[in-house]
Design a protein around this ligand. Structure first.
Ligand code: GLN
Length: 449
């Protein structure tokens, strides 16, 4: 069975490249490794849709830095994966091209917005994938699909060629079965880039070397108040995960993150505000869909946006425009920015006494397709544990921590800025002791490398 056949059921991919099939793979650190790219990453002359009708026929004139680096590393680029439109969503149901299914249960969502990348890795259609994470879009689908996904520190990876959603939050990161594979992929994509002035100007450490160090003696913080409202099975899963860390000689320390409950409202104000500004460029003039037959420029622009953008994207543009409007700016956007500072202070304080912080990735395993699509607020609530890493710019990883009724569950770790190596170190040693990350859903292709 080809990957295309396998994808009939899952719909993880929006585009399969011919290049990968034709070209022998190059030499380099990822020689022969097959990689799928989330379809909000520009590749010259490849369709790049961001899951939107607006960009259905867009072929970028240039290639994202991360993709250039993958090519130079010898990787085989398989194609582009499905996502929520402009990365706005938690289920991949907001794609204009139809949803992706979770390979563990075809009735369920793979998470989002990098749901296509997570499903493709979980089903063994590729060895690794790139996702993007503005509020959890790497970590939440990784948790729902039983794989490992890392959101790097803000500024660790170049975003040149990434279709912007929330510019103060967006990061590109690796998704793979194991932390060790995430380390290999991160090593290739991370580091300074003259084409992205928000990319940190300091060379990266050797992530594999940092990962290999025994975590014995590290201090891992957690806040019991954050898990008290979880249902009993999710809480037990989380506590069992902490126990694995204790068994590794990691010291568990209770610390308090008193303002975490404000992160979700702050995130949905800031993300929608930035989205409303970033998406102003899709006006039917510069590029993207243009409505036919309009009488004047104004109606051409509004009709192009009416036809080209989906319901959730329009909702966010309206919410964001409202939050930024002069009468409400101070009450919403400015308050949300202040909360962001408070959250960062909470973490700075926590990291004075611990080396990393553990929390669940999601409040529950993958939900059913259609279950939350009529209620945006319940969809937003699935991001309750992930958005804080984006608001604070801190790195965070989700790794598999077990199964509930056959569905994968993830455990999330956060670390001080630039400490991706510590997240990989902890996750890798967790994976030396457990085999959750090696479980494959039925019908998965066996690993090739
Ligand atoms: N689910 C969140 C949102 O819809 C996060 C999305 C993302 O990280 N791209 O905004």
């Amino acid at each position: 069975m080809t990957i295309q056949d396998q994808d009939q059921e899952l719909h993880a991919f929006l585009y399969f490249s011919e290049e990968a099939a034709l070209e022998p793979s190059g030499s380099g650190p990822l020689s022969g490794v097959s990689i799928a790219l989330k379809d909000n990453l520009c590749v010259k002359d490849w369709p790049t849709t961001a899951g939107s009708r607006m960009l259905a026929n867009f072929r970028p004139p240039y290639t994202a830095t991360v993709v250039e680096r993958l090519r130079a590393s010898g990787a085989r680029l398989l194609g582009k994966t499905n996502l929520d439109e402009f990365a706005m969503g938690s289920s991949t149901e907001n794609s204009a091209f139809g949803p992706t299914r979770n390979p563990w249960d075809l009735e369920r969502v793979p998470g989002g917005s990098s749901g296509g990348s997570a499903a493709a890795v979980a089903a063994g259609m590729c060895d690794m994938a790139l996702g993007t994470d503005t509020g959890g879009s790497i970590r939440q689908p990784a948790a729902f699909c039983g794989i490992t996904g890392l959101k790097p520190s803000y500024g660790r990876v170049s975003r040149y060629g990434l279709i912007a959603y929330g510019s103060s939050l967006d990061q590109i990161g690796p998704m793979a079965y194991s932390a060790a594979d995430c380390a290999r992929l991160l090593q290739v994509i991370a580091g300074p880039d003259p084409l992205d002035s928000t990319c940190y100007q300091v060379a990266c450490p050797d992530f594999a070397a940092e990962m290999a160090v025994e975590p014995k003696g590290l201090r891992l913080g957690w806040d019991p108040a954050l898990v008290k409202d979880l249902n009993a099975e999710m809480r037990e899963n989380f506590e069992a995960g902490l126990q694995v860390y204790r068994d590794l000689g990691v010291q568990l320390v209770e610390v308090s993150l008193p303002h975490l409950e404000y992160s979700l409202p702050a995130y949905y104000l800031i993300a929608t505000a930035e989205a409303s500004s970033n998406l102003a460029r899709y006006d039917g003039v510069r590029y993207g869909h243009r409505a036919e037959g309009a009488r004047d420029v104004g109606s051409m622009m509004s009709r192009s946006r009416e036809e080209g953008l989906g319901t959730e994207v329009k909702r966010r543009i309206m919410l964001g425009t409202y939050a930024l409007s002069s009468g409400y700016y101070d009450a919403y956007y400015a308050q949300a920015q202040k909360m962001r500072t408070v959250l960062r202070q909470d973490f700075d304080q926590a990291f004075a006494s611990v080396d990393a912080f553990a929390l669940p990735t999601t409040p529950a395993p993958a939900f059913k397709i259609g279950e939350k699509s009529a209620d945006p607020l319940s969809m937003y609530l699935s991001d309750v544990y992930t958005v804080v890493a984006n608001l604070t710019g801190l790195p965070a990883i989700s790794h598999p921590s077990g199964f509930l009724a056959g569905l994968p569950v993830g455990l999330q770790l956060m670390a001080p800025v630039w400490q991706e190596g510590r997240l990989l170190q902890l996750s890798h040693h967790f994976q030396q002791r457990t085999s959750y990350h090696q479980m494959r859903p039925q019908g998965a292709r066996p690993a090739e490398v």
